[in-house]
Design a protein around this ligand. Structure first.
Ligand SMILES: [Fe+2]
Length: 351
């Protein structure tokens, strides 16, 4: 994903529109309140001064949420209100007038300094997040190279997962970030699986298969210790669960399985089928979809499979192309040559 995903909310609403509305309501409220204490009434001077100081609140909020331009817009409104352009607000005495101009100057100073501070904070956050994501991508690629002789499997399924998640109605940037990281690192636990099991060319014995089935829990333990990957670790733990409860490690069923894991399972199997593996050549898209359809309700969540089918082939092919992979739409010349599976019968083709 590679983008900041601010998750602050304003009374339950998120996004720039909610934040802009909050700043506008504050500015309007303070300006209206100023009119309650007219300049010509001596006794209201203290209250007016107090109310004018409230402008610092929307100015700081606008600086934090929108940096330079947001701060400038908020300060401009405060300036207009304080210079008496709204109603009866301009003092008669020269000293008071100078004081008022000074007050407005402080608004501009605070607005520009805070905007500069928040802008630097934002850049620093972006750099740290970018460095974190590059590290995760490098780790996932290294694991892919070890198992698949290519470094793009995890990136490809991560991108597929985001597309399918949006088709399922997930729009929140924070949730999508969690899904992307979980998909990218789904098999990170295989780092704890010995080479003679992970890379064994023939079928696995029962005890080797037991060893292999430990990788979701190993991955969960690894990622669960890292705060910004903790939520992703729950999806990693469940990425081999099946909708009918016959998966592992906990045998969860239906909605007991996190939605992110139900989404990921579908794209992981699709990817395993439609790309070249040690035990089969790449199947066509139509065959991959048929396999998903046949597993809907048993292995896969039927709603997720239906969402997968709603996405046009061209979109899947474009995501694959960006990840150095060619998807084949349907059988045109000759059927794919399916080789004997390398794992024990009934084991999932996905990683
Ligand atoms: Fe796996």
């Amino acid at each position: 994903m590679g983008e900041v995903s601010p998750r602050e909310s304003v009374f339950g609403y998120t996004g720039p529109a909610a934040k802009a509305a909050a700043v506008a309501v504050l500015l309007l409220g303070i300006t209206v309140l100023l009119q309650v204490f007219p300049e010509r009434i001596e006794a209201a001077q203290g209250s007016r001064e107090l109310v004018r100081k409230l402008y610092f609140l929307p100015i700081l909020l606008a600086s934090s949420w929108f940096t330079g331009r947001g701060a400038a817009a908020a300060v401009a409104v405060a300036t207009v209100a304080c210079l008496g352009l709204f109603g009866d607000g301009w003092p008669a005495g020269i000293e008071e007038q100078i004081g008022r101009v000074g007050e407005v100057g402080v608004f501009w100073l605070v607005g520009s300094l805070s905007a500069n501070f928040f802008e630097r904070q934002r850049k620093h956050f972006l750099e740290v997040e970018s460095a974190n994501e590059n590290t995760l991508v490098a780790l996932a690629s290294a694991l892919d190279m070890r198992e698949h002789n290519t470094g793009v499997h995890s990136l490809r399924v991560a991108d597929y997962t985001i597309r399918l998640a949006t088709e399922m109605g997930i729009r929140d940037a924070g949730e999508l970030d969690i899904l992307w990281r979980a998909a990218l690192l789904h098999d990170v636990g295989k780092i704890g699986i010995p080479d003679d099991v992970l890379l064994k060319p023939g079928a696995l014995s029962a005890s080797e298969w037991e060893t292999m089935r430990r990788h979701p829990e190993i991955g969960h333990r690894m990622l669960g210790k890292i705060p910004f990957l903790k939520e992703a670790s729950e999806i990693v733990l469940c990425h081999h669960e099946r909708f009918d409860g016959s998966g592992y490690p906990r045998g969860l069923a239906g909605e007991e399985i996190p939605l992110g894991a139900r989404i990921f399972t579908v794209v992981d199997v699709y990817d395993a089928l439609t790309t070249e593996r040690a035990y089969h050549s790449a199947a066509f898209h139509a065959e991959g979809v048929e396999e998903l359809r046949s597993g809907a309700g048993s292995r896969f969540d039927p709603e997720v499979v239906a969402a997968f089918e709603r996405v046009p082939f061209e979109e899947w092919a474009e995501i694959a192309r960006k990840n150095q992979t060619v998807l084949l739409r349907a059988q045109e010349a000759e059927p794919p040559r399916v080789k004997e599976p390398a794992m024990v019968p009934g084991s999932p083709p996905a990683g």
